[in-house]
Design a protein around this ligand. Structure first.
Ligand SMILES: [Zn+2]
Length: 434
């Protein structure tokens, strides 16, 4: 081939590039793909198996861990890249590890879901709860609430993300001097059911004709922040559906786990100092603009707005939890929080039969440090601080890719839990004091 000949392959690729432009609101050619990636659920029976999986997580880029190997008796979900499936199966056999294949092709799940996502140009009036929506639509919808219900709904911007997007909230207030409840969504980008549930709950509190919902929507002020990690959420639509952290660069890798970045036992157990890890805690407590924004909002308003409850929405595992994440030590109002949690789960399960477990974060899910509800509780001074891990179950085959037809049932059962939380916290006097 002479030096002047243009290879035909290049011409073809060039033409394809012209006729198939990458849309701004869709995952482009360079988005992460998970073709034939498999999802496994393993059960670690012995100390030797725990150590083996700790080494595997440290050494292998091909295995994505959802949680860390810690103790015998524990179950763990791991995603394995296509090229390492044979090695992984071999490892299970060689060491007698009990493993179950949950999903054969993660990309198929992602593609199926992507086909149902509404485009970025969707009008805010079209927002509903049978599809997932993009950041721009959700933000425009929040603004539209303030125009539709100007007498008791206002929007607020509490800061900017690393990439300069606003961190937007909605305040609902029907009466003066109410005690207030704050709801945090979307701190982990890939947990799409979290913002979807936050917008559902907010909409119900504004429009529901159910007397129990009207009561909590009237007798309390509500602050909703459905997407506190807007850069990450945006990136899950354009770059990587399974992205969790924010998007700030740290050397080789990007992103801090914002729910490890709060100044509550920062950098301790259940967080990582490796920027490439999914639970990287940042370069210091409150190193990230998104976590600073939430903390500053709470510091400035906890007393003046009478904030008594803070609820964070995550997925998945079907858990309702309270502080602390970093220690087994019980908080001073442990029994009250356990009672609130029990009542909430009872009410939630009554709606669709969904099974939840409840307790402190440390005893219920796994040890973690630097979380928002721990900080909101102490030093934040908010006595009823809770975290939901919404659907699916711990051995979910969908993980964060919960089918959109589950948004409404999740919303309805979570709303029942919210009513129960407020009622039980009120009965225990949390909205009387001060
Ligand atoms: Zn989460």
């Amino acid at each position: 081939m002479s030096g002047k000949t243009v290879p035909i392959g290049c011409v073809v690729i060039f033409l394809i590039a012209i006729i198939v432009p990458i849309e701004g609101d869709a995952a482009g050619d360079d988005a992460a793909r998970y073709d034939h990636y498999r999802l496994y659920r393993v059960e670690l029976a012995t100390d030797e198996q725990v150590q083996l999986f700790q080494q595997l997580e440290a050494k292998s880029d091909s295995c994505t861990f959802y949680g860390h190997a810690r103790q015998p008796g524990q179950q763990l979900t791991i995603m394995v890249s296509a090229s390492k499936v044979a090695d992984f199966e071999d490892l299970l056999t060689l060491h007698g590890v009990n493993g179950r294949l949950l999903e054969r092709n993660m990309q198929q799940l992602i593609d199926r879901e992507a086909a149902t996502v509404k485009p970025i140009t969707t009008e805010p009036t079209e927002l509903g709860w049978e599809h997932y929506y993009q950041l721009e639509t959700i933000y425009a919808w929040m603004e539209s609430l303030a125009s539709r219900y100007p007498e008791h709904v206002t929007t607020l911007d509490i800061g900017q993300s690393y990439e300069g997007r606003p961190i937007k909230g909605v305040k609902l207030s029907r009466r003066p001097d109410n005690k207030a409840i704050v709801v945090e969504g979307g701190i982990h980008a890939r947990e799409w059911i979290s913002p979807a549930t936050a917008t559902f709950l907010l909409h119900e509190l504004i429009t529901s004709e159910d007397p129990a919902v009207q009561e909590i929507g009237t007798a309390y002020d509500w602050y909703f922040f459905p997407i506190v990690n807007p850069d990450g959420y945006r990136f899950t639509f354009t770059g990587d559906r399974l992205w969790r952290k924010n998007r700030k660069p740290y050397g080789l890798c990007r992103g801090v786990d914002l729910n490890r970045n709060f100044d509550s036992n920062w950098g301790g157990t259940g967080s990582s100092n490796d920027p490439c890890s999914y639970d990287f805690s940042g370069s210091g407590p409150f190193s990230e603009p998104e976590s600073i924004a939430i903390a500053n909002f709470l510091r400035a308003n906890v007393d003046t707005a009478r904030i008594r409850t803070y609820i964070a929405l995550h997925s998945y595992s079907q858990l309702l939890m309270f502080p602390y994440g970093h220690t087994a030590e019980k908080v001073s109002n442990y029994d009250d929080l356990q009672s609130i949690t029990d009542k909430a789960i009872e009410a939630l399960t009554a709606v669709n039969g969904t099974v939840y477990r409840g307790g402190s974060k440390h005893e219920t899910i796994y040890p973690s440090s630097g979380g928002s509800i721990d900080w909101a509780y102490q030093p934040g001074g908010i006595p009823v601080s809770l975290t939901f891990e919404l659907r699916g179950p711990p051995d979910s085959t969908d993980m964060f890719i919960l089918p959109a037809e589950q948004i409404l049932p999740v919303g309805r059962e979570t709303l029942a839990a919210f009513v129960a939380i407020v009622r039980e916290a009120a009965r225990l006097g949390y909205y009387d004091k001060m």
